[in-house]
Design a protein around this ligand. Structure first.
Ligand code: ADE
Ligand code: ZN
Length: 331
């Protein structure tokens, strides 16, 4: 339909997208064969099936395990940006979560150099820009997180290829049984080095936990933030300070299952409350999505028209970590 086509073409930014979650099933199967990784099935429909966040994370880890050498990372990054550019994405700040790979002997320098190679080629081909945010995997604990951030800081000060493309740190994976404030030492290292700071909070956490993380970790953005409205104090603070929430509406329905239907999502209430709540993909290939379709789905679910969706796109630019002149170029 006409609005959906226009929203696909609308210039948009994606601030919450996991590179590993952009991998098409055919690529997973190819890399698995190349690298000798056993998959439970080669059937894409079966490969990408899950019914909870924990089951999803098992699939995500399987996808990650197919990324072994520098060329694999370059291919992943190149395919991610060329795919998003086809759906109107003009800038993205993508997560990658290398803790698992580092634990199995890969080097951060090689991962970052590979990603940078693929991203540079895709940027030249498409004009879409991509910066990276390294995520700490909470399944590996806060000490592994701190080591990851320190290694990144070292690579940046050594001028390692591609390291300057990693502009921030975050954390992802499970929230169950995790006190995310224990990641404070890692975030302190990031802050001291001038890195930007975000974190997944609020797929399976309370507003109180989100608030504690803002204070303890100095988060500048919150990824997901589903329960924020449960606290009037937290909501008022995030409105006043214009702390962005990178919302992933479809993901919250199909991955974490916070809501039964998109129509039940709190996004309209967040925006009505004045929160800087943006629309993003999370794991587009693993949830059969792209940002054009996500904008169309949100418009349809909440009865929003062109002007409201343009507002969301502009809020995405504000919420990005581009500098003011780069933001002005996108508006
Ligand atoms: N890693 C990739 N997608 C994620 C999500 N939705 N929640 C937590 N960790 C993730
Ligand atoms: Zn995410």
């Amino acid at each position: 339909e006409a609005l959906a086509r226009a929203l696909d073409a609308l210039p948009k930014v994606d601030l919450h997208c996991h590179l590993e979650g952009t991998m098409q099933p055919a690529t997973v199967v190819e890399l698995a064969h190349k690298n000798g990784v056993a998959l439970p099935t080669d059937d894409p429909a079966e490969l990408y099936s899950y019914s909870s966040l924990d089951e999803f994370l098992t699939v995500f880890w399987l996808v990650q395990s197919t990324l072994v050498d520098r060329d694999d990372w370059a291919r992943l990054a190149h395919e991610a940006v060329t795919a998003s550019a086809r759906h109107g994405v003009v800038h993205q700040e993508c997560f990658f979560t290398p803790t698992r790979h580092l634990a199995s002997g890969q080097r951060l320098a090689g991962i970052v150099a590979g990603l940078d190679e693929g991203l540079s080629a895709a940027e030249t081909e498409t004009g879409t820009t991509c910066r990276l945010v390294v995520d700490m995997d909470r399944a590996f604990g806060p000490e592994a997180g701190r080591q990851l951030v320190e290694e990144l800081v070292d690579l940046r000060s050594a001028g390692s290829p591609g390291a300057e493309r990693v502009i921030g740190v975050g954390m992802d994976s499970t929230e169950l049984g995790v006190d995310s404030t224990t990641y404070a030492p890692a975030y302190d290292v990031a802050r001291a080095a001038g890195l930007r700071r975000t974190g997944h909070q609020g797929e399976n956490a309370t507003a109180r936990q989100v608030a504690k993380c803002l204070d303890a970790l100095g988060l500048e953005r919150v990824d997901h933030g589903v329960p924020v409205l449960d606290s009037a104090v937290l909501t008022a603070r995030m409105v006043d300070e214009r702390i962005p929430i990178t919302v992933c509406p479809t993901s919250n329905v199909v991955i974490a299952r916070c809501f039964d239907r998109l129509e039940d999502h709190v996004l309209p209430r967040m925006r009505a409350a004045g929160l800087l709540a943006t629309v993003n993909t999370d794991d587009p290939a693993l949830s059969d999505l792209d940002l054009g379709r996500e904008y169309a789905a949100v418009a349809e679910a909440f009865g929003w028209g062109w002007n409201q969706m343009v507002e969301i796109a502009l809020d995405g630019i504000e919420a990005s970590w581009l500098d003011d002149s780069e933001k002005a170029d996108l508006r």
